[in-house]
Design a protein around this ligand. Structure first.
Ligand code: F6P
Length: 524
């Protein structure tokens, strides 16, 4: 497929951009006070306000035309019908089936019965743990869960449990992701092995950090309770059943998910076990329902008001027509603190690509830097850069309409700050004093959740998944592989023996750096 930059639709978009070039966002509002209504769209109860993007209704129409020219509707159908959309790894990408899609065929087989069985096992197990019926080796109920995993096997559960904190009425979940002994020690501090359940989440069951942490947890539990306790205290979420079995887990402790569920799309599978333990399977199911509602709309809404598609198309516009190299995710909700990190993996691992699906190098920019923070603290850290720095970026404001907790004054102040920041970025200020002037014209999207609950969280994350799919389809890249992360892993395995003192061949730069580290370790 030729690059999107050669299409007639893209040429029209560039002409349109040039025509708009002199018109600031503030002027667009003066010219059309109805743009708020015209450019705010609904999806599964979320409101997505694009009226502070440097777009007009005509831009939306032209972007929709670009999506059509790039075959987005057909690509959506292919993904949902289980075709091999992950072409490099020759797999489907059918995470949508986990949230209740009725069309779940892979290689001509209906996978729904298998998914229902897996989900039922998850329900029975998590309810037994929460009710204190699945007990530890000494007969005590579990009060804590150690969730061992990294990347897609950790970020989703971490985000969801944090977001649903108000509804967390099960055992407390602590996460160990990094291969840093301090993290292991901090997470296990104060825990009793007798009342701790460990969940190993790893699609491959080979990830170095997770397997080493699982081994450490195994030693921590078996030294207190004996090796026989392992079958009571460890479960696994994985696609690699033989490896989990070899690790010593009985079949009933292994909760599988299919290889067509990508790691960063696996929150909806048994990787979500810690969520279901923490908040209950009913709330986990509400999260699936919110995501499913978005799936239905992504499949059926016209592109001109298809929220996930428009989110992706706005990003293409900002990246490729306006040249912005970053997107800041600003969560106006403390319980969404992990959202920027979650989206970093979803967007940057999916779209950090430099060749198209058929291996042709691209001649345009793909994924921008995705970063962000929790607000309002971020306002007192990096917003200065947003308002007066030399780069222009697009911001995504995430706002929750309903107050969390009883303190309404807090919520009023939080909301006023969210509105103020996007207005300030848009309008800027010029009082004749260069040091105080803010140029404005800095675009943003605001996504409003009615409240922070499982349903709307599921909807929000599904919107972003399909946003990514939209961008990848326009760019012609595969968002479902991640070969770039392999090189570093390979080199680390070559360096490890040297760290341990073996005389193995190393690149001079790594040898030098190890020497520096050793000298400082010796003098510390
Ligand atoms: O960082 C690469 C990656 O493969 C991610 O895509 C994945 O989410 C993470 O590592 C963890 O992988 P696994 O679930 O196989 O342990």
């Amino acid at each position: 497929m030729p690059p999107f930059t050669t299409t007639a639709a893209w040429r029209s978009l560039l002409e349109h951009r040039d025509a708009l070039a002199g018109t600031k966002l503030s002027r667009m509002w003066d010219d059309d006070p109805g743009r708020g209504e015209a450019l705010t769209f609904g999806c599964a109860g979320l409101a997505v306000d694009l009226s502070k993007q440097r777009i007009t209704p005509q831009t939306v129409a032209l972007l929709a035309a670009l999506a059509r020219e790039r075959g987005l509707p057909a690509a959506i159908d292919r993904m949902f019908s289980g075709e091999t959309v992950n072409v490099t790894e020759k797999r489907a990408a059918l995470h949508t089936a986990l949230r209740g899609d009725e069309h779940a065929m892979v290689d001509g087989t209906d996978v729904r019965p298998e998914l229902q069985r897996d989900h039922e096992r998850m329900r029975v197990f998590t309810e037994a743990v929460r009710a204190g019926q699945w007990k530890g080796a000494t007969g005590l109920a579990f009060t804590h869960v150690l969730a061992l995993g990294i990347g897609g096997s950790s970020l989703g559960p971490q985000l969801a449990i944090e977001a649903l904190h108000a509804e967390a009425d099960g055992p407390e979940v602590r996460f160990i992701t990094n291969i840093d002994a301090a993290e292991f020690d901090d997470a296990t501090e104060g825990l009793d092995p007798a009342t701790t359940l460990a969940v190993i989440a790893s699609k491959t069951f080979t990830t170095q950090e997770t397997m080493e942490n699982a081994l450490a947890a195994r030693q921590w539990i078996s030294s207190a309770l004996g090796e026989a306790a392992i079958a009571k205290h460890f479960i696994a979420s994985t696609s690699n059943i033989p490896a989990a079995t070899q690790w010593g887990l009985p079949e009933c402790n292994i909760f599988p998910f299919a290889d067509w569920v990508g790691g960063r799309y696996s929150l909806w599978s048994s990787v979500g076990l810690p969520i279901a333990i923490a908040v209950g399977i009913a709330r986990f199911d509400r999260m699936l329902a919110g995501a499913h509602a978005v799936d239905l709309q992504f499949r059926s809404d016209p592109l001109e008001r298809n929220v996930p598609a428009l989110m992706g198309l706005a990003s293409v516009w900002n990246r490729n027509a306006l040249g912005f190299s970053s997107e800041a995710v600003l969560s106006y909700a403390s319980r969404l603190e992990h959202l920027p990190q979650y989206l970093q993996q979803l967007e940057m691992e999916s779209m950090g690509k430099r060749v198209t699906e058929d291996g042709t190098p691209v001649d345009f920019h793909t994924c921008p830097v995705v970063w962000g923070g929790t607000e309002t603290p971020g306002q007192h850290a990096f917003h200065q850069w947003l308002h007066q720095g030399t780069d222009t970026m697009s911001c995504e404001f995430i706002v929750v309409a309903q107050a969390m907790g009883e303190r309404t004054t807090h919520h009023e102040i939080l909301l006023s700050n969210a509105c103020a920041q996007s207005e300030a970025l848009m309008n800027g200020v010029d009082k004749g004093d260069a040091a105080r002037a803010c140029p404005g014209n800095r675009p943003s999207t605001t996504i409003v959740l009615p409240r922070l609950d499982a349903y709307y969280l599921g909807a929000l994350l599904a919107c972003y998944e399909h946003k990514v799919f939209t961008q990848a389809t326009v760019w012609g890249i595969n968002p479902f592989d991640q070969f770039g992360v392999e090189l570093g892993k390979t080199i680390a395995s070559e360096i490890l023996p040297a760290v341990r003192g073996a005389n193995v061949p190393l690149h001079a730069a790594s040898r030098h750096l190890l020497d520096v580290i050793r000298k400082l370790a010796a003098s510390a």
